[in-house]
Design a protein around this ligand. Structure first.
Ligand SMILES: C[S@@+](CC[C@H](N)C(=O)[O-])C[C@H]1O[C@@H](n2cnc3c(N)ncnc32)[C@H](O)[C@@H]1O
Length: 249
């Protein structure tokens, strides 16, 4: 994220106004230059109460608000960042409302830098994921969670009910103790999947082409940075720049 936003940081003496879509502590807590003003936006009172941790080194505010309608002046931010923010939206039609609003609040020279969870063009079958677990090719339980979620993402909506990720896990791996023994994953970590049980939340996992297409009236992808950690190819940080002739909301 640091290298993605570097080019839009302003010199000391001018203020960097950075918006964060969500309150991800790792983004708020980055080593920001002193001349930064961080403005975080999240629509969940509960998340703000339980997870919000202001960065003591810079000016920092959180606002209870929707990304579809931000409490900001037009062209007021130098940069907007987020960790899987688009993936937390339930449908591609919501993406359109959010992209239009992000374009409005960003300065024309601004950048939108988002880590995105991306589905592959050819989806991986669940049995392949199962075999990879059995062969100990998946090192981290959260990677398994994400892989299972992505198997459920389908053209043209790419929407995934969070409760279906839980159900798919339970059917595929009915014996958690055995799974824990085989993989070395702590049972407490495996049981974090239960946070998904019965959840009405919907996530989206579009392919890169689908994401490009839905953003295209407002933003173009300028660069893609792919991390080298496990499953990094599905979690690139994309830098979007505003289109010169955007379509209005
Ligand atoms: C930034 S996302 C992703 C967080 C985490 N990094 C991940 O990968 O799962 C999660 C946050 O987005 C917030 N959120 C989802 N849709 C939103 C919207 N339309 N407007 C404001 N906040 C929203 C949720 O309340 C939640 O706190």
């Amino acid at each position: 994220m640091h290298s993605a936003i570097e080019s839009c940081l302003r010199p000391l003496g001018q203020v960097n106004r950075i918006g964060i879509l969500g309150i991800t502590p790792e983004l708020v807590g980055m080593a920001w230059p002193k001349n930064t003003e961080l403005l975080a936006f999240d629509h969940s009172e509960l998340m703000i109460r339980d997870v919000w941790q202001p960065n003591p080194d810079v000016s920092c505010h959180v606002s209870l608000s929707n990304w579809q309608s931000l409490p900001l002046e037009t062209h007021s931010l130098d940069c907007l960042i987020g960790d899987n923010s688009m993936g937390a939206l339930p449908s591609l039609s919501e993406y359109k409302l959010v992209f239009a609003e992000l374009l409005r609040v960003l300065k024309p020279s601004g950048k939108l830098c988002l880590r995105c969870f991306i589905a592959p063009e050819h989806s991986e079958p669940v049995d392949k994921v199962f075999k990879d677990v059995m062969a100990k090719r998946i090192k981290n339980f959260h990677v398994l969670k994400l892989k299972l979620a992505i198997t459920l993402s389908k053209y043209p909506t790419y929407s995934v009910f969070v409760k279906d990720i839980h159900a798919l896990f339970d059917i595929t791996f009915p014996n958690r103790v055995e799974l824990s023994k085989l993989t070395g994953w702590d049972l407490d970590v495996i049981n974090t999947i239960d946070a998904y049980r019965g959840s009405e939340t919907i996530y989206t996992f579009p392919t890169l082409d689908a994401l490009k297409e839905v953003a295209s009236p407002w933003f173009a992808i300028e660069s893609i940075s792919t991390p080298d950690y496990e499953l990094g190819d599905r979690c690139p940080t994309l830098t979007f720049c505003p289109n010169k002739k955007p379509r209005l909301k």
